[in-house]
Design a protein around this ligand. Structure first.
Ligand code: SF4
Length: 225
């Protein structure tokens, strides 16, 4: 199937009972968004089908992508990420508020190893493994053009490497550990580790705008070469 068909299929997935209950039950429970209709389903990837760069996050947030239906849209992590993507030339605008806001991504596809919002942003290993098939199929569809992947955080790193290994990319054994600034070269694909753009990492100063922009500039230089 095509990427558009994959997006439609993933949006109807109900394979993880705990996450189905949470993604639907949490809708409308935050005062700021009371009365708003939530997406409350799995969130498909966002960005063009011929992307050269993929960004692998963690999972949708309860009142961000689980509300808006678009990856990283409508929460502080996304506000931070889209400012960086716009600065480095990968997004048409620095803000992302809702589907239909005019935002376009250039050569970049945002994907998440777990597609449903989990309680406390913590999917279980079993949920990560259940969702793996969606990530695997999406990366296989992107493979003809894909040249680099930015991984936001250790969870995404641990979810991604087995998928790449199973798809035939030469992932070393034992698998390299996640680190900010780590770069893995797997044949014609380069993987860049970056701390997650969560408010906690940003507010504590662990991660700065410049650090993330530097990772994306390095990843973009691969796709341009
Ligand atoms: Fe399906 Fe993934 Fe959501 Fe589980 S987390 S219900 S596998 S889309």
């Amino acid at each position: 199937r095509t990427l558009a068909e994959l997006d439609a299929a993933v949006s109807g997935c109900r394979a993880c009972p705990r996450l189905v209950e949470w993604r639907e039950g949490v809708a409308g429970t935050k005062a700021a968004f009371r009365g708003e209709e939530y997406w409350a389903r799995p969130v498909p990837g966002f960005g063009p089908a011929d992307a050269t760069l993929a960004v692998v996050g963690l999972a949708p947030s309860a009142h961000g992508a689980n509300r808006t239906g678009r990856m990283f849209t409508g929460d502080p992590s996304g506000d931070f990420l889209f400012r960086v993507l716009h600065e480095v030339g990968l997004a048409s605008q620095p803000t992302s508020t809702a589907i239909g806001d005019g935002l376009e991504l250039y050569g970049t596809r945002l994907v998440s190893p777990v597609r449903c919002a989990p309680p406390e942003n913590k999917p279980t290993p079993a949920e990560r493994d259940t969702c793996r098939a969606w990530l695997a199929e999406e990366l296989t569809l992107l493979r003809p053009t894909l040249r680099s992947i930015v991984v936001l955080g250790a969870f995404g790193w641990q979810a991604l490497l087995p998928v790449l290994a199973a798809a035939g990319w030469p992932v070393p054994s034992p698998r390299p550990a996640f680190g900010h600034g780590t770069v893995l070269k797997l044949g014609d694909l380069r993987i860049f580790g970056c701390y997650h753009v969560s408010p906690r990492n940003v507010q504590t100063g662990l991660l700065t705008h410049t650090m993330v922009a530097d990772v994306f500039r390095a990843a973009t230089s691969v796709t341009a070469s």
